[in-house]
Design a protein around this ligand. Structure first.
Ligand code: FAD
Length: 452
């Protein structure tokens, strides 16, 4: 058969969820529970996103909101299982009737201008049989980098507000052969290394100053795996990377992998219990913390997180993750460096909400955002990028997409209380504190959504 005889296949779904990470899985399952015909498209061979392909399986299935907890009940217990977490996710999406398509990369969008607004109507995907068009009533962009929103021309920001620098990338790896008892005993009963009592970061920084670690490694984090003898190591670091640029990503892959033997030598020398440890597995892909943050109907800010801001259109509540900004320009964390914390200390938020409007791109219809690409500033992103929170924004986006199809309204016109009811979040517009945020449009009419 000749190349030009191959017809581009066309598929049609109610909803296409792009990206099979924590956010995309949640979005697809949530929508499917309401009877929405849903396709989940993932470029790699496994579901789980950073949590599996990046070996970042340190998370807890969220307890909150209630609907998200129950959606992910079957995944509980697999959180630290780098071999089978992806299968637990696949079983979950298939059990809910989601059609799963792996090895399928979104490379273009199909758009229409409706009532002077850019509206996403589908995506073009690269599959082993060639390109394929998938048409849908709604799309959820859960690709981490927000490739669908980007290709559709949605407005976005990247990096710190002052210089555009983003958090460094990391190649995670897993070690075996740790003497569990010895390591726990030396470390006050913890697998996450702080030995001895808080001085681990001093040991790390001193080794760095002696040239035993690369210039930009100021923290070596060790996490428990699903076997006592094993740990996941979060330590390698490449700075000044724009992970939306393929050449930068190539440098990040190589530089990070080259650092692994150096970190391993450091652990064997200084971490009791690691003397005979060895590298058992290296992540399939570099870990990317930060890329595009799309401009939504509101922008969640650092102040919103630190003050525990409540929103009338909250679709995620009780977010507690620290503002975990890995230093974009050097070792350790970006904030809180002191004598007692030579690698920095993250600011801790009051439990805060994420409003629905952070999931709605300000200038694009037919599309919802989920996961780490939602609307927020650099510091807020460093908290809501955690997997449990990404799952929660994913579930909200999935329920919202399905409801907006059913009601025949664009996501920006949706009555948010419908989504809140699905999530098990009490709708409290009257009680919410209405504070101005970064966006000029940051007011919320309780009876009528102003953005339709
Ligand atoms: C080194 C590191 C350590 C971290 N530590 C923690 C931690 O301890 N705890 C925690 O909770 N979080 C942690 N995180 C953060 C967390 O892993 C991510 O922020 C989270 O996974 C983001 O979820 P997501 O679903 O938005 O995106 P992702 O997990 O990135 O998933 C996006 C999915 O979309 C797919 N995709 C991308 N482009 C396309 C395309 N064009 N076509 C089709 N599919 C596509 C990707 O392959 C991927 O599967 C860490 C991150 C890193 C990098």
């Amino acid at each position: 058969m000749e190349r030009n005889e191959i017809e581009i296949s066309r598929l049609a779904y109610d909803l296409v969820v792009c990206g099979g990470g924590p956010a995309g899985i949640a979005a697809a399952v949530a929508a499917a529970t309401t009877g929405c015909k849903t396709l989940l498209v993932e470029r790699y061979s496994r579901l789980g996103g950073m949590g599996t392909n990046g070996l970042v399986n340190q998370f807890k299935v969220p307890e909150n909101p209630p609907a998200v907890k129950s959606l992910f009940a079957s995944v509980k217990g697999h959180e630290n299982d780098s071999e089978f977490l992806d299968l637990a996710y696949a079983d979950l999406v298939i059990a809910h009737g989601v059609t799963l398509l792996l090895h399928a990369t979104v490379f273009d969008v199909i758009t229409e201008t409706i009532e002077h607004r850019k509206t996403v109507r589908g995506v073009r995907i690269a599959t082993p049989s060639g390109p394929m068009d998938v048409i849908a009533d709604r799309l959820v962009d859960a690709t981490g980098d927000g490739i669908v929103a980007f290709l559709a021309g949605a407005a976005f920001d990247m990096g710190r507000e002052n210089d555009g620098l983003m958090q460094p990338t990391t190649i995670m790896f897993r070690v075996s052969g740790v003497a569990h008892e010895r390591s726990m005993e030396a470390n006050g009963g913890r697998a996450n290394y702080k030995f001895p009592e808080g001085s681990w970061n001093h040991v790390t920084m001193a080794a760095r100053e002696r040239g035993e670690l690369p210039w930009n490694i100021g923290m070596v984090r060790t996490y428990m795996a699903n076997r006592e003898s094993d740990r996941y190591i979060n330590a390698t670091q490449t700075n000044y990377i724009d992970a939306t640029n393929g050449f930068d990503l190539t440098r990040a892959e190589l530089e990070g992998r080259r650092q692994i033997p150096v970190v391993m030598d450091f652990l064997r020398r200084y971490a009791p219990g690691y003397e005979d440890a060895h590298v058992a597995r290296v992540a399939d892909t570099v870990g990317v913390r930060e890329t595009r943050r799309f401009r939504g109907l509101v922008c969640l800010t650092r102040e919103d997180c630190l003050s525990g801001r409540r929103w009338p259109d909250a679709v995620v509540t009780g977010c507690r993750a620290p503002l975990d900004v890995h230093n974009p320009a050097g070792p350790g964390q970006a904030e809180g460096v002191s004598e007692s914390h030579p690698s920095g200390k993250d600011p801790r938020p009051e439990p805060y909400d994420i409003p629905y409007r952070c999931l709605v791109p300000e200038n694009t219809d037919g599309l919802l955002l989920a996961g780490r690409c939602i609307s927020g500033d650099h510091a807020a992103h460093a908290s809501y990028r955690m997997q449990n929170i990404c799952m929660a924004t994913g579930a909200a986006a999935g329920f919202a997409a399905a409801a907006s199809i059913r009601q025949g309204v664009q996501p920006r016109c949706l009555e948010v209380s419908i989504v809140q009811a699905k999530l098990g979040i009490e709708s409290t517009p009257g009680n919410a504190r209405l504070q101005p945020g970064r966006n000029a449009k940051d007011t919320f009419n309780e009876n009528q959504n102003n953005y339709c």
